[in-house]
Design a protein around this ligand. Structure first.
Ligand SMILES: NC(=O)c1ccc[n+]([C@@H]2O[C@H](COP(=O)([O-])OP(=O)(O)OC[C@H]3O[C@@H](n4cnc5c(N)ncnc54)[C@H](O)[C@@H]3O)[C@@H](O)[C@H]2O)c1
Length: 368
């Protein structure tokens, strides 16, 4: 057959070119902007994807009076949440949530977790039935019936499949293309996980799929609670051995809590980037550690809310709210004695215990 005829379909005429996959990023904070940059570099490179990556922006007005969306589209840079980094000209910021997801085949959710319930409510009936989603969000919702992971919230509310991507990923470091790794957690469809791997992977960002959504997501969520504990240790100037001990105890509690909630969680997941690597980077360098250090140094004079507003300029802390959510699950299920570190972090955050309790209480052997 002549090469020029090979693509022809003789019964229905010329074959339709395969539809290109459209990607939308829902969220445009520090990590959301970096995710858009990673994805945009790949949609340009991979012919199966539409070049344009839409990014939903929670609109705000900058001190200059300009809308954040306009500033992003004019400068190709998120001047508020990721200044100094070009996102790629194919990233298009859109303040209209419904318009941003319209026609998308792959949705990347990356907002602070407390906003997701409202966002999902707005998206019901607005996304394609066969759209694939991934959540980069760390945190959980605690409902009367029990804890609900964000990927489950997305799946249940929108009736779509949802993978997760977590890892040792401090956004500002990936933004300047420093080598790091991440883990994609998937439920059943390995081919979809591979598509997410393809969409995120670059020479400096290595992504590995594992079949354990809950394990991957709980690692990403719970390590923020341990990072708060690590920040207390830093604020109290207790040194590296103490911090390593807190990280070890924290990892043990992360694993026990995850497996008590979901028996399907795999031990091996804790050795992936989403597990021990994310725990290490967050306890050394993340924003939760930083603000918890300032909290301990203030000796009870400053609240987390005040420090978050002052130190993070609109970025959100996750560890304090996650500690509260975990505490609610522990109390509700009668598990408080099994998780002294998790319980103590919350009690320090709300001021019922002093920061020094982090070593006095966490070192108790859990009653398992
Ligand atoms: N930054 C990181 O290094 C990093 C790394 C890995 C994962 N994460 C996770 O990614 C998720 C998003 O974090 P981020 O760093 O992109 O955000 P961020 O904390 O930098 O920024 C906060 C974002 O929330 C938006 N926002 C404020 N009020 C809102 C509202 N009412 N409704 C919806 N959005 C609102 C802001 O516009 C901004 O985009 C979080 O779950 C975080 O834990 C962050």
């Amino acid at each position: 057959m002549a090469p020029e005829l090979q693509e022809e379909n003789y019964t229905t005429g010329p074959a339709e070119p395969p539809r290109k996959t459209r990607v939308t990023v829902v969220g445009s904070g520090n990590w959301g902007s970096v995710a858009a940059k990673l994805i945009a570099s790949n949609t340009l490179r991979l012919s199966s994807f539409h070049d344009e990556v839409r990014m939903w922006v929670f609109e705000e007005t900058l001190p200059s009076g300009e809308k954040l969306t306009d500033a992003i589209n004019r400068n190709n840079e998120n001047v508020k949440y990721l200044p100094g980094i070009k996102l790629g000209k194919n990233v298009v910021a859109d303040p209209d949530l419904e318009n941003a997801v319209n026609g998308a085949n792959m949705l990347v959710f990356v907002t602070p977790h407390q906003f997701m319930e409202g966002i999902c409510r707005r998206l019901v009936g607005k996304v394609k039935a066969d759209v694939e989603a991934i959540s980069l969000i760390k945190g959980m919702e605690v409902k009367m019936e029990g804890p609900c992971m964000i990927s489950t919230l997305i799946s249940d509310q929108l009736g779509i499949n949802c993978c997760v991507l977590m890892g040792a990923n401090i956004a500002n470091e990936i933004a300047v293309e420093k080598f790091s790794e991440a883990t994609v957690g998937y439920r059943e469809k390995k081919e979809i996980a591979q598509k997410w791997v393809q969409l995120f992977s670059t020479s400096y960002f290595i992504v590995t799929p594992v079949q354990d959504v809950e394990g991957v997501e709980l690692c990403g969520t719970l390590k923020n609670v341990v990072a708060i504990a690590a920040g207390f240790v830093d604020g109290l100037e207790m040194g590296n051995n103490t911090k390593a001990a807190i990280m070890r105890i924290g990892l043990r509690e992360m694993k026990a809590f995850s497996k008590m909630l979901f028996s399907s969680v795999k031990d091996t997941t804790f050795f992936e980037s989403c597990g021990v690597a994310d725990l290490i980077t967050t306890c050394l360098g993340g924003r939760n550690r930083k603000v918890a250090e300032a909290f301990a140094r203030s000796e009870g004079k400053r609240s987390f809310d005040e420090l978050e507003a002052e130190m993070l300029q609109g970025q959100k802390l996750q560890g304090v709210s996650t500690a509260k959510e975990v505490y609610e699950v522990l109390s509700h299920r009668g598990w408080l004695d099994f998780f002294p570190l998790f319980a103590t972090v919350h009690e320090i955050c709300i001021g019922t215990l002093p920061p020094t309790a982090i070593v006095e209480h966490s070192e108790r052997t859990p009653k398992m």
